[in-house]
Design a protein around this ligand. Sequence first.
Ligand code: FAD
Length: 419
Amino acid sequence: MNQPEQEVLILGTRGSSGAYAIRDFLHRCGVHFQWIELADDEQARSQAQVTGINDNRLPICIFPDGTRMQHPTVRQITEKLGLFQNPSQSEYDLSIYGAGPAGLSAAVYGASEGLKTVVVERFAVGGQAGTSPRIENYLGFPGGISGAELAERAREQACRFGAEILLLREGIRGEFQPGKGTVYLADGTKIISRACVCATGVEYRRLGLPNEDHFRGAGVYYGAGASEASLCAATDHVFVVGGGNSGAQAALHFSRFAVKVTMVVRDDSLKKSVSQYLVDRIRSTTRIEVLLLTEVTALHGDHTLRAITLKNKLAGNEWMEETNWLFLCLGGVPHTQWAEEIGIVRDEAGYLVTGPDLMKNGHRPGNWHLDRDPYYMETNLPGIFAAGDVRHGSVKRCASAVGEGAMAVTFVHRYVANG
Ligand SMILES: Cc1cc2nc3c(=O)[nH]c(=O)nc-3n(C[C@H](O)[C@H](O)[C@H](O)COP(=O)(O)OP(=O)(O)OC[C@H]3O[C@@H](n4cnc5c(N)ncnc54)[C@H](O)[C@@H]3O)c2cc1C
């Protein structure tokens, strides 16, 4: 972020979910760090000055100024790095929820066009895109760009224009009157603005296995694991579940580090859901094996994942494979319960319905009181807009999310000027 040259040392053990959360966050924020994996009690004593690898003071973070933190939370690290901010204004023109590509783009356009703009982000900048090891189809980057780098550039651009970005804050509830929206954050902070853009994207779908939470960050990871790939040992066998572009990207990325990568795909072909350039590369990468018509049916381990059970859907046979690495790239679902509570129209899957999609046989939505149709990306509550993956009918691509964020700001201007 503002001080990306800092290098933070993180000392911990393999499979530590606390250490994973820290690595993931720092990676997405573009903060340089070095991960030191402690293999045994002797290393824990000599390198981390703790009693052994089961010492609950691990992981330990050491900052460039010498500060040492024991078992810190991501929030404590964010504060230490000066990345945790409070809102500077009591009211804004535009508040944006979500700092993925759509939210960051709305921030760049909003702030650069003179709107007092704040972005509220639950975790780190970049959203789903921030977890991608390499985005190759985003205009202007012929050699591809890592999602984290793209996000960091966008963050810098938005801040340069004066947007405020509040990390580790989550919007949970809203109250909206014409020209004034109040959004309550999980930590009790209140954000007031004339217009809002919801760019909260989607959340990773889960396998739905009973002990999945237990292994989260300790062998089971959601997304393409950009921060983890280089930590795989050359002898490791990595499993990637999901037959979409994100799964394919993850498999290719891990194949640079691990001895073997297995893609576990429920469908009978990769071609239905993966771009041809990725299918071709997977076929020509000998380290990648693709198991079609297969699913993960059980997870095994102690404090970290040790093995998984796979099942062939056609033959019905099950077998176990040893692994410490299971990456789930299963697509996502929007979390928009808050919207339903305040009467925002959603589709059956929970995506926010906007603009022309709200019109039924030429009629405006029931609650609509203005003498105009909803603007293109406006929900049925005037002044509340949706952009990117969370919007009904969106394309689920980086470039389209960026385009939607920019477009939403155009309509925010119209709303602020004319209602
Ligand atoms: C691994 C992977 C690889 C991909 N690769 C490509 C690719 O190569 N090319 C391509 O075009 N697309 C790719 N995609 C798809 C692309 O990343 C998404 O379409 C894009 O990120 C959607 O952007 P968004 O801003 O709408 O939502 P997201 O990226 O989902 O961002 C939403 C943000 O909102 C935050 N948030 C959620 N709820 C709240 C709340 N209540 N309060 C505050 N913040 C909240 C989240 O933490 C998140 O940061 C990939 C996706 C994945 C997962």
